[in-house]
Write a protein that binds this ligand. Structure first.
Ligand code: ZN
Length: 678
């Protein structure tokens, strides 16, 4: 599971207050580091630093390098998963972009913008809303530029193992009714047939559900993650899985991934890490989900290595049925100093579970091995690039989490980049109710939001249990929203507990209010800036935030713990009683845990549809207008650093150079040159 950056996060850095040694020291270079790369449409592109990389040993740097290469080799897989026309479209646009004679015309500029948006989203649908981009260059211009290209280049752009020609590409780009949505969540339609995602071919939702229901053995206590690494295909009235593996679907990319993973295994830090990497290689070759589970268990056990990584088919947010995983990678190493914070949390996991406001029958008797650490990302790939989570908790398999635990991380150097880039943007003055809230969030906000992320990942997702016989997929399309809400509520509830001060995680009993204020502000108002008026909320994390905020707002109708108030025609969130707010958070946590534990689909549907989906149109427009005034881009993406290995005369690895100067378009064009595997 992933957690994303909240747009209302404070502009103040976690690391600049010297908070009781839990942050990390700034590098001397930080002051001069330029976090901003460029802005376009609704995106701000940032770069992130990789502090302390020079402190890795030569062998660790070698390992890191091989893993960063493995992380970049899967790029094309994600494009193809998001929509089967993404790769030919990207290839055509990049070719025109590089070769156009006139790079000053309005049409060219519109094409450039469209291509930049595609790079952000790994395809033609917005990375967050899932809506198809509508380009502003003309069809005539597009055709004219394409047919100007030499014949063999045209052919190379369109060379694919399925039937594609220029007319199809043209229609996919320009026709509004073709593939309008990446992942459709509207429950009253066939979710597969109305989604542009490429996880199914020729099957209906009913056929897919039947296929997997037939495969599932409900008595199996160690069930594999059905469908995780395959496309479900219907051909000649036969339904079968086209498996992602070496020798199967996406072989050309996976072979390269395996090549670099095998090199990495040879320089692993220890035998536990080597075993995990070797098992991942085995899984990429076999495509057998039993091997994937074996890998996941070995990966959870590898807790002593400094360097760690995710590489492969991991998260299922892109599949409307929540089964099939997109390809992603993050390579990282432990931030030893900041990890002390998360160690305190995970050492007390059992206390939190026992004191949770949920019914005792839904509590885990024993919370196993919730390891949590703060990490420094070294490279982002696949579905973690260029937009990236700030926290990750894996593996996703419920039985592995219960039997072997999970690893939870907070990515501090990404959070730092967000915070540094947001300094002085005028946000809190525009949207916070009074100077009190501004001061509160200034004083505590960055630490409390980091703690929220830590607790969401290493306590929230790990808490609670399903009653015996309850299907882990019972929530169906509402599963992600309910699960994210559960994790958020768990974190929010305990942030307001005096235990946080006892453990030394917060300095006083005021601090949690900063996170409550920003969270409810975000859930009720701020995040609406991402919604085009008239649209519903689709994305699971956004749904969960609004669900929590609106439910608590309704609960507060009489006690006025939480209100939306109007001043000079503008709306603000006002918290009158933080203790009552915490009580309501606990009530909703108890309700959602009950729904999850008992597999109450109707209950989940009712909560999500009532509180999480619909938007107040006039407030929506107001927030967008006020946001536009500030000229803050609601989404952020990143460029990666460039790594260059240094070898001695005999070809031995001796050092790894890191460079931060690569631009956004420059990076994507280079990736397309060097890592176009499909
Ligand atoms: Zn989560």
């Amino acid at each position: 599971m992933k957690i994303f950056f909240l747009i209302s996060m404070t502009a103040f850095s976690l690391f600049s207050y010297g908070q009781t040694g839990k942050g990390k020291a700034h590098l001397a270079t930080t002051k001069d580091f330029n976090y901003k790369v460029e802005e376009f449409a609704d995106m701000g592109i940032l770069r992130y630093q990789v502090p302390d990389i020079e402190q890795l040993t030569t062998k660790q740097k070698e390992l890191l390098y091989y893993l960063t290469e493995a992380a970049l080799q899967g790029r094309d897989i994600l494009y193809d998963q998001n929509c089967k026309y993404n790769l030919p479209i990207r290839r055509i646009l990049e070719t025109i972009y590089v070769n156009a004679d006139d790079k000053t015309s309005e049409n060219f500029k519109a094409l450039e913008l469209y291509l930049k948006e595609i790079w952000v989203s790994n395809g033609i649908h917005h990375h967050y809303s899932g809506d198809k981009f509508i380009p502003n260059f003309s069809q005539e211009y597009f055709a004219g530029e394409f047919f100007k290209l030499p014949d063999e280049i045209q052919k190379a752009c369109l060379k694919f193992d399925f039937n594609v020609n220029f007319a199809i590409i043209d229609a996919v780009i320009f026709a509004p009714t073709l593939y309008p949505k990446k992942t459709n969540q509207a429950a009253n339609e066939d979710l597969i047939l109305t989604s542009a995602g490429n996880y199914y071919d020729g099957v209906t939702q009913q056929e897919a559900e039947d296929f997997y229901n037939n495969l599932k053995d409900t008595t199996d206590k160690e069930p594999i993650s059905y469908g995780l690494n395959s496309k479900l295909v219907k051909k000649d009235s036969k339904i079968y899985e086209d498996v992602y593996k070496v020798g199967g679907l996406y072989s050309a990319a996976l072979e390269k991934v395996v090549y670099w993973l095998e090199k990495a295994a040879k320089v692993a830090e220890n035998s536990a890490q080597r075993a995990a990497i070797e098992e991942l290689v085995k899984f990429n070759k076999s495509g057998d989900l039993k091997d994937f589970d074996a890998y996941a268990i070995l990966w959870v056990k590898d807790v002593n290595s400094l360097i760690d990584f995710v590489n492969g088919f991991t998260e299922s947010y892109g599949d409307p049925l929540g089964m099939k995983a997109s390809w992603e990678s993050v390579v990282n190493f432990k931030n030893l100093n900041a990890t002390k914070r998360t160690e305190i949390i995970s050492q007390n996991a059992q206390w939190f579970e026992q004191n949770s406001p949920i019914d005792n029958q839904y509590k885990k008797e024993e919370v196993k091995g919730v390891t949590a650490k703060v990490i420094t990302a070294a490279i982002l790939g696949g579905d973690c690039y260029p937009t990236t989570p700030i926290g990750i908790n894996l593996p996703n398999s419920n039985w592995i989490r219960a039997a072997h635990g999970s690893k939870s991380v907070t990515i501090d150097n990404i959070v730092e980049a967000y915070d540094e880039a947001a300094k002085g943007n005028g946000f809190s003055k525009e949207f916070y109710w009074s100077e009190n809230e501004i001061a509160l969030v200034e004083k505590y906000g960055t630490l409390t939001s980091a703690l929220h992320t830590d607790m969401h990942e290493c306590l929230g997702h790990a808490s609670g249990k399903l009653l015996a016989g309850v299907d882990a997929d019972a929530m169906k399309a509402y599963g992600s929203t309910i699960e994210e809400a559960r994790a958020d509520l768990f974190a929010l509830y305990f942030l307001g507990d005096k235990k946080m001060v006892e453990l030394g995680l917060l300095s006083d009993n005021e601090a949690f209010k900063a996170e409550y204020y920003t969270y409810f502000n975000n859930g009720l108002l701020m995040q609406l800036t991402r919604i085009i008026p008239g649209n519903d909320i689709e994305e699971a994390h956004m749904r969960n935030r609004q669900l929590i905020a609106r439910w608590v707002l309704e609960k507060s109708k009489d006690d006025k713990a939480l209100e939306i108030v109007e001043r000079n025609g503008e709306h603000f969130v006002k918290v009158n009683d933080y203790q009552l707010l915490q009580k309501h958070i606990g009530e909703l946590l108890a309700l959602i845990q009950k729904i999850k534990s008992t597999g109450d689909f109707k209950g989940a549907q009712n909560l999500v549809e009532t509180y999480g989906v619909k938007v107040d149109k006039s407030i929506n427009q107001e927030i967008r207008d006020r946001y536009a005034k500030l000229n803050i881009k609601p989404y952020k993406g990143f460029v990666n650093p460039v790594y260059t290995p240094v070898f001695d005369k005999k070809g031995n690895f001796i050092d790894l150079k890191i460079d931060y100067t690569e631009g956004y378009a420059e990076q994507h064009l280079r990736y397309s040159r060097e890592y176009s595997n499909l």
